[in-house]
Design a binder for this molecule. Structure first.
Ligand code: PLP
Length: 298
């Protein structure tokens, strides 16, 4: 709608797990707009069901071969495209990152999540506020949306879960708040994994959507002010949590969301605590990783 109002006909997006790419390709198909999605070559390989969906929807998926071929690199390319095509191109950013007003705008769009949580909790428990809201953090959009309408309710504990990859200090991790410090990436100042001289450290996570070396400025503020508590879950903890939810409730979560679920093992709950875990996506895109894990523990 914004692009149409601005008279722009060409839509670009970046994507890690492919969820945002599929969403963007979907609205472009609906609105009859050209759609180009930048995606790291590693993510194209590990999230292939979403790549096929984007192509079927008529989008062009451009593989990015720079860096470690993941989300950061796709975002670099999308920003380059945007800067080079200012007249006809609108950039739909997939998280609460990038230059202002994107972090704020995306958080407001995503805030429908916490609006809905309040309504559903009222129906089910009689009160609108839970004791905990737990969400995974890549750039931070599903967490920002899940936290948004609880930010001014200090009784609600906000738990953000980052990807620890193979261990926070293993050298293969994406736990930005644990490893990062203030820096500028993709047009905003926030927390960033970087070397002493300011070069971005390549992140790692089994989950393509959490494989990002920064977090949005709003999330960084929640960390610094301690309004949210930041935890991290390893690849193995997330895989275990995904299998548990699948077998207990018949819900196959996205690998990203499985990191939020893994935090349930890390918190000392009281028996009557009301806990909301945001399942940010479904796991069909991650079946290959789940099957490999399942085979390995049989
Ligand atoms: C299902 C899912 N959850 C979470 C994320 C992480 O992004 P964000 O932190 O912006 O919610 C992604 C990113 O691709 C995703 O696909």
């Amino acid at each position: 709608m914004l692009a149409k109002r601005l008279g722009q006909t060409r839509i670009i997006a970046e994507t890690g797990a492919g969820q945002h790419g599929v969403a963007t390709a979907t609205v472009c198909a609906r609105a009859g707009l050209e759609c180009i999605v930048y995606m790291g070559a590693l993510d194209v390989a590990r999230q292939s069901p979403n790549v096929e969906k984007m192509k079927m929807l008529g989008a062009e998926v451009k593989s990015v071969y720079s860096g470690n071929k993941t989300l950061k690199d796709a975002t670099n390319e999308a920003l380059r495209d945007w800067i080079n095509n200012p007249v006809d191109t609108h950039y739909i950013i997939g998280s609460v990152v990038g230059p202002h007003p994107y972090p704020d705008m995306v958080a407001r769009f995503q805030s429908v999540i916490s609006e809905e949580i309040r309504v559903q909790l009222k129906e089910k428990t009689g009160k609108e506020t839970p004791d905990y809201v737990i969400a995974c953090v890549g750039g931070g959009s599903n967490a920002a949306g899940a936290f948004y309408h609880f930010l001014d309710d200090p009784v609600v504990k906000l738990i953000a879960v980052e990807a620890a990859g193979k261990g926070v200090y293993s050298g293969e991790s994406a736990a930005t708040t644990q490893l990062g410090r203030a820096g500028v990436l993709h047009g905003s100042k926030s927390l960033l994994m970087q070397t002493p001289d300011g070069q971005v450290i390549e992140p790692y996570s089994i989950s393509a959507g959490l494989d990002y070396p920064g977090i949005g400025p709003m999330l960084a503020n929640l960390f610094v002010t301690k309004r949210a508590q930041f935890l991290s879950a390893t690849d193995d903890e997330a895989l275990r949590a995904a299998l548990y939810l699948t077998q207990k409730e018949g819900i196959i979560p996205a690998l990203e969301s499985a990191h939020a679920l893994a935090a349930l093992e890390m918190i000392d709950f009281k028996p009557d605590d009301v806990v909301v875990v945001n399942i940010s996506g479904r796991g069909d895109k991650d079946m290959e990783a789940y099957l490999n894990y399942y085979q390995s523990i049989k």
